[in-house]
Write a protein that binds this ligand. Structure first.
Ligand code: PMP
Length: 392
């Protein structure tokens, strides 16, 4: 018998700290309500921002692509795995984002990891917001570059880091567009100005802004009118776009370089035909109509306003990601559990993902939620808040 004692010990430790999480297993697909243990719950933890994951046009696209090409691509992109729909998807993404080119990866995670690790070399420096996503952190870890972390959205610290970076070959400033735990937006105009002053590249991860921010969901760069001044835009096809995958929107030479250097691109089989076709159909839907995005933002403003009116602290939220900050890990999990009893699923997020006393329940509002559902959630929030003494 293998001796896994160390693993048992570490898992026990997680249990003692209240950080052990069995997987929640859903019995229905991503939607505004989902079935768990035979109960239909209002879902407020899914990144299915526009409800596209179950959209009839996307289902049809997936089925048609599967009929035409089969279920797998059979190879990495650089050998026999580049299908015409992969290329069409990349052309559409580049046109959508207003960049010369786009390159698709199997996930947003591998896009960040692969792009950072191949672009940034030992002679360079990376300057990164402290709250950037794990895939950015891992990408940076894979480089031999110097690294500097600035306090969340602190432009003075960013400027200081840039000043100290004159000696490096290239400087890269990397930020999330929308931060996933707080739902706040990066100060991209200020970042771009500083980067231009100190001759740095700007790299934005638009995972939570793709399909959410900017005209037709084109992302943070479009939202702030910074076209041509942001050098690398990462997007995901896994959240608002409703499928799975990631991409980089960039100059053609960057794409060409990544095709030859980015290891997740080179050494991992390409997206399934169904996924590529689904993403393509979703980009078509985004281009056609801003209505879904308007519904998303209306719902977010409505819900955030009402939550604040109840007396809860929603932190810095300014997007459909709306945390309710309650305090310790145990308070946060108790709040999430109380909501579950009321038929509402909203994930508790605790230390070390967020500061110990900033534990929270994170709500993600989507375009698909009806006002009736949001009102039910607000009622549950009020009752659970009073029961736990979080509200007077
Ligand atoms: N970046 C950010 C900011 C994210 O929140 C996520 C998803 N958790 C990713 C990248 C990874 O995207 P994907 O799920 O497509 O791998």
């Amino acid at each position: 018998m293998a001796n896994w004692n160390r693993l048992y010990d570490e898992l026990e430790q997680l249990k003692e700290e209240g950080r052990y999480r069995p997987l929640t297993v859903w019995e229905s697909g991503a939607a505004s309500t989902m079935t768990l243990g035979g109960r239909e719950l209002i879902q407020l933890s899914s990144n299915n921002y526009l409800g596209l994951a179950g959209h009839p046009a996307l289902r049809e696209a997936a089925i048609a692509a599967t009929e035409k090409y089969g279920v797998g691509s059979g190879s990495v992109r650089t050998i026999a795995g580049t299908l015409d729909i992969h290329v069409i998807l990349e052309e559409e993404l580049a046109a959508f984002k207003g960049t010369e080119a786009a390159l698709v990866f199997q996930s947003g995670f591998t896009a960040n990891q692969g792009v950072i690790a191949s672009l940034v070399g030992a002679e360079d420096v990376v300057i990164s917001d402290e709250l950037n996503h794990a895939s950015i952190i891992d990408g940076i870890r894979l480089t031999k570059a110097a690294r500097k972390i600035y306090a969340h959205k602190d432009m003075e610290q960013l400027e200081q880091a840039l000043k100290e970076s004159a000696g490096y070959r290239n400087r890269y400033v990397i930020t999330d567009g929308v931060f996933s735990m707080d739902g706040d937006i990066a100060p991209l105009p200020a970042i771009v100005e500083l980067a231009e002053k100190y001759d740095a590249f700007v790299y934005v991860d638009d995972a939570h802004s793709s399909g959410v921010l900017g005209k037709n969901g084109k992302g943070t760069t479009d939202h702030f009118g910074l076209h041509g001044r942001v050098h690398i835009q990462i997007g995901t096809l896994s959240k608002a776009v409703g499928a799975v995958g990631g991409y980089v929107a960039c100059d053609a030479v960057v794409k060409d370089y990544l095709i030859h250097k980015a290891r997740p691109f080179l050494f991992s089989t390409s997206q399934t035909p169904a996924v590529a076709a689904t993403a393509l159909a979703a980009i078509g839907l985004l281009r056609e109509s801003g209505t879904l995005i308007e519904m998303l933002w209306d719902n977010a403003a409505y819900f955030r306003g009402k939550v604040q009116a109840l007396g809860f602290d929603t932190g810095a939220s300014e997007t459909p990601i709306i945390p309710v900050i309650v305090g310790s890990p145990s308070e946060s999990m108790a709040f999430s559990d109380a909501l579950l009893q009321e038929g509402v699923f909203a994930q508790g997020i605790v230390f070390p993902t967020v500061a110990y006393d900033k534990g929270r329940v994170r709500f993600i509002v989507t375009a698909q939620h009806t006002r009736e559902q949001l009102d039910l959630v607000l009622g549950a929030l009020e009752r659970a808040g009073r029961k736990l003494g979080l509200l007077p």
